[in-house]
Design a protein around this ligand. Structure first.
Ligand code: GLN
Length: 534
């Protein structure tokens, strides 16, 4: 019996319309009506996962509990739904082909010509259904990456066509997101691009069931009617998605447009309870009416592309709202900072965050920023490489370990205070081989971190190859930088703090991957509080 229902979210006209936010918002509404919902992302690129991509290419790489390196949209899914995603929630063309080719080599298709249809599409369909395998979900939403008409996404679109046919219209629908541009010269909203992109879907055998139209201006009735007529959908299935100041307003907008009701009716599902969105509305209210404003400097080397730090900036939104405080992020390029100009570049900031990263570029600027924060009593949060930078800085300037470094930057340093993890030493392959995913951490009671978490045991996500070198721990602790978070099983240092400071915390893990609207991450809440001067 067919129990799980499938919703596909496709995009037309242009990329970057916010399919991930629409998918997340719809999921949120369905969840708020009592349905168990998850979201997956199909990515049409040939990398097996985005772990090997430079953030400039594709934004942040988001890490799941089970250690998958995935697309940043999975971060939105988690932040909206407050339930973890997993490896299964991100399928890429690379993964699909790898599986099919491995099967071919194993002889699974012996005697057959292996083809896009049915072998690749079968594998895609298996990936789509796999997330619902344990019957944990009533509804699976699948976001198809790219824009319809792209060569790369054709096998995915074909798979959707097949699924619609196999499962039937009441079990499988397509929500298509397009753009309705406004032409200032004539003062008109134009529907032609939408008509064209709906036609591209039709050419591929798919009739969109619901159209979500991104627009800068309100759609009048005439526009809705025109789109409905030309695109073969009911007028009630033409949904307006107007620009708003925060993505967290989108679920409320979609509720106003009845997107959830339209979708449930099409899927032949009861509307369920009235949407339970009290916490969400409360959060949006706090976001819109902050009582205070602070400025945090985000020091990184990918700052030209804000998507490279997506989870961090969203975590500040959550942590800020919790404190009734607006956090203005000032993105500062680490290559522009040094010990001499740090004061000029960083003065006036209420807090400093040194971002995660890899390799040498910009590292000295990050170390200078960590130094400036320490010496000037500015609240500091170092994440992963940011924590490692604060350790290097402390070693060089307080413990007087000349040219102390991470062996990632200088293999021959006399003071390798950050060193390659033992179990990384024989690894040569780059894909998916870091220390990834959730590991436990025990927090010492007398610490900023404990004050933030209010508990001694936690589990956080990781993505690194290097670690604090425990050979130096005693020296650090004796002089005032303490390891207040340790992996209880391996003794790996997870958190370093300087207790004799307003708020100075470095974490080897990535708290930003676990912050959600309903459950803002305690470290971001604590950091914002400290930066507010509390
Ligand atoms: N490059 C460092 C390591 O591999 C830090 C990684 C990170 O910031 N995610 O340990």
């Amino acid at each position: 019996m067919q129990s799980t229902k499938y919703i596909f979210v496709t995009g037309g006209v242009t990329s970057s319309l916010g399919k991930g936010i629409i998918a997340s918002s719809l999921a949120k509404l369905l969840q708020s009506r009592g349905y168990r919902v998850t979201i997956s992302k199909m990515d049409p690129y040939i990398n097996v996962d985005p772990g090997t991509l430079n953030p400039y290419e594709h934004g942040e790489c988001y890490v799941t509990e089970d250690g998958a390196e995935t697309d940043l949209d999975l971060g939105h899914y988690e932040r909206f739904l407050n339930i973890p995603t997993s490896q299964a929630n991100n399928v890429t063309t690379g993964k699909v082909y790898q599986t099919v080719i491995n099967k071919e080599r194993a002889g699974d298709y012996l005697g057959k010509t292996v083809q896009i249809i049915p072998h690749i599409t079968d594998e895609i369909k298996r990936g789509i259904k796999f997330v619902a395998r344990k019957n944990e979900f009533d509804i699976v939403i699948t976001e198809i990456g790219g824009t319809v008409g792209d060569i790369e996404s054709l096998p995915y679109i074909e798979s959707v066509r097949q699924l619609k046919w196999e499962l039937g219209p009441q079990n499988c629908i397509v929500v298509h997101l397009t753009l309705v541009p406004y032409l200032a010269a004539t003062g008109e909203l134009k529907t032609k691009p939408t008509q064209h992109s709906v036609k591209i879907l039709q050419e591929n055998g798919i009739q969109a069931d619901v159209l979500v139209l991104r627009t800068e201006r309100s759609l009048n009735d005439g526009i809705r009617e025109k789109v409905a007529l030309f695109c073969n959908v009911a007028k009630s299935s033409v949904i307006e998605s107007i620009n708003v100041s925060t993505i967290y307003q989108v679920p409320l907008l979609m509720l106003g447009e009845k997107l959830d009701e339209v979708v449930l009716t099409k899927l032949d599902l009861p509307l369920g309870n009235d949407p339970e969105l009290k916490v969400w509305r409360n959060f949006v209210e706090k976001l819109k009416h902050p009582k205070q404003k602070i400025k945090i400097g985000l020091i990184g080397k990918y700052v030209e592309l804000h998507d490279a730090y997506k989870s961090i900036s969203e975590s500040f939104i959550h942590g800020g709202a919790m404190n009734d405080c607006e956090v203005e992020l000032s993105y500062i390029h680490s290559e522009d900072i040094n010990d001499e100009n740090a004061r000029g570049k960083l003065k006036g900031l209420n807090g400093i965050l040194v971002a995660p990263g890899f390799g040498n570029r910009g590292i000295e600027g990050k170390i200078s920023a960590a130094r400036y924060a320490r010496e000037n009593n500015v609240p500091y949060l170092g994440i992963c490489l940011g924590m490692q930078c604060s350790v290097i800085e402390y070693a060089r300037n307080v413990l007087k370990m000349d040219k102390a470094d991470s062996t990632e930057m200088n293999e021959r340093t006399l003071f390798p205070v950050i060193d390659l993890m033992e179990d990384q030493k024989d690894i040569t392959e780059k894909g998916g081989t870091m220390r990834l995913g959730a590991y436990p951490c025990r927090i010492a009671k007398n610490s900023f971190t404990y004050k933030a978490y209010q508990r001694t045991d936690t589990s956080e996500r990781h993505r690194h190859r290097y670690e604090f070198n425990n050979k130096y721990l005693e020296e650090f602790e004796n002089s005032g930088m303490k390891a207040v978070g340790i992996n209880p099983e391996t003794s790996l240092v997870e958190i370093m703090e300087i207790p004799d400071h307003k708020w100075y915390v470095g974490v080897q893990f990535h708290p930003e991957y676990k912050s959600t609207v309903v459950s803002p991450h305690p470290l971001f809440v604590g950091f914002v509080k400290a930066a507010m001067g509390d």
